[in-house]
Design a protein around this ligand. Structure first.
Ligand code: NAD
Ligand code: UDP
Ligand code: UDP
Length: 343
């Protein structure tokens, strides 16, 4: 019989940041699905740095080996090319389940595959968690609130989601993933955690993934016009990736199931975002209006009181501080690549 999660982990002093200097902490074995992607790779960096053993499971749909290559050769790091829609046998203590394309352009590319990833993929990882007694964390999304009729959004809000729209494969997929997570918790006693992540940006985002921050930054650097969809008055709240990673780890290590909103309450219209990008990269960058996409949520801003109270977490990096950190990575990847192609 597998001992309960907390018995095994109690032996491994695991509270992040609380390990007294000089005491050797026993590392955990952690799976990060989607660990070769944008958020996952930053999470992996933190877990490896604190001494854990990490297995990345990724099918490389939107992830890249380059994001985790710096860990190759580390005996505490393993990379498995695997699609979570297929069953997987591993022995681990924790599962961070991130595998799923996050950009609308990517998740709409093959909507049925997106649903399978969210539903069958999450089912498999919960089955794995149940079999080995691991703690399971789901990265859900602010999209579960749909086009919200409450503002800002609290975790108690049930959302306003179109079940038959072009975004449904993602929003409804994640809503079902949350349901499965709670059913494995209630029915099989699996230890679970649910994060509802709001728009996040930072280094290693795909250059052309179509999300607004990556689009504007790449466009400004390439001296192309910034493409504002619709009238540009819709809002989003942008979180820097290191804040998110801190929140995910606190959630996993803490005692609360959630769901927890993890996002930065700093809210911007797309026109305001374009202005910050102009100020940061190129004051002469032009704006070009394009038709908006279908079912685009009009506004989005997290209420993070629950995460503040129960996880002691809040974001530290505002947009004007975070954007330059992403710009240097984008500059290097855009112009570095061009130099390579030219030579
Ligand atoms: P990303 O696209 O960079 O990363 C997703 C990773 O999952 C990629 O490495 C991809 O190859 C992998 N993947 C996709 N389908 C898979 C499958 N079937 N099997 C195995 N691997 C698969 O996206 P991200 O921004 O890093 O997002 C990570 C997670 O966070 C996602 O679950 C996303 O829904 C959630 N999230 C992100 C944001 C955000 O703003 N970045 C917001 C809300 C929720
Ligand atoms: N599963 C997996 N790895 C495991 C255990 C289970 O991928 O280590 C998959 C399994 O193939 C199944 C899913 O998780 O499709 C749900 O497993 P569970 O045991 O909860 O349900 P059952 O197999 O009884 O349908
Ligand atoms: N958007 C935009 N220009 C772009 C890309 C997106 O104005 O080049 C808008 C989009 O219509 C939406 C917002 O930016 O209102 C955020 O879109 P994104 O795809 O980044 O994330 P979402 O929050 O919709 O998942």
């Amino acid at each position: 019989k597998i001992p309960a999660y907390h018995h095994r982990v109690a032996a491994a002093v695991h509270s992040v940041g609380k390990v007294p200097l000089g005491i050797k902490r026993k590392g955990l074995r952690i799976v990060v699905t989607g660990g070769a992607g944008f958020v996952g790779s930053h999470l992996v960096d933190r877990l490896i740095a604190r001494g854990d053993s990490v297995i990345v499971v990724d099918n490389f749909f939107t992830g890249r080996k380059e994001n985790v290559m710096h860990h190759f050769g580390n005996p505490r790091f393993e990379l498995i090319r695997h699609d979570v829609v297929e069953p997987l046998l591993l022995e681990v203590d924790q599962i961070y389940h991130l595998a799923c394309p996050a950009s609308p352009v990517h998740y709409k590319f093959n909507p049925v595959k997106t649903i399978k990833t969210n539903v069958v993929g999450t089912l498999n990882m919960l089955g794995l968690a149940k079999r080995v007694g691991a703690r399971f964390l789901l990265t859900s999304t602010s999209e579960v609130y749909g086009d919200p009729l409450q503002h800002p959004q609290k975790e108690t809000y049930w959302g306003n989601v179109n079940p038959i729209g072009v975004r449904s494969c993602y929003d409804e997929g994640k809503r079902t993933a949350e349901t499965l997570t709670m059913d494995y918790h209630r029915g099989a006693g699996v230890e679970v955690r649910i994060a509802r992540i709001f728009n996040t940006y930072g280094p290693r985002m795909c250059l052309d993934d179509g999300r607004v921050v990556s689009n504007f930054v790449a466009q400004a650097l390439r001296k192309e016009p910034l493409t504002v969809y619709g009238d540009g008055k819709q809002t989003r709240s942008f979180q820097y990736v290191s804040d998110l990673v801190e929140g995910l780890i606190r959630l996993m290590e803490g005692e609360h199931v959630g769901p927890f909103n993890l996002g930065n309450p700093g809210e911007f219209t797309m026109l305001e975002l374009a202005k910050v990008v102009q100020e940061t990269i190129d004051p002469d960058a032009r704006i070009e209006y394009r038709p908006n996409t279908e079912d685009d949520p009009h506004k989005r801003k997290p209420d993070i009181s629950r995460a503040k109270d129960q996880l002691g977490w809040e974001p530290k990096v505002d947009l004007r501080k975070g954007l330059p950190l992403m710009v240097s990575d984008f500059r290097q990847r855009i112009f570095g690549d061009q130099k390579e192609k030219a030579s």
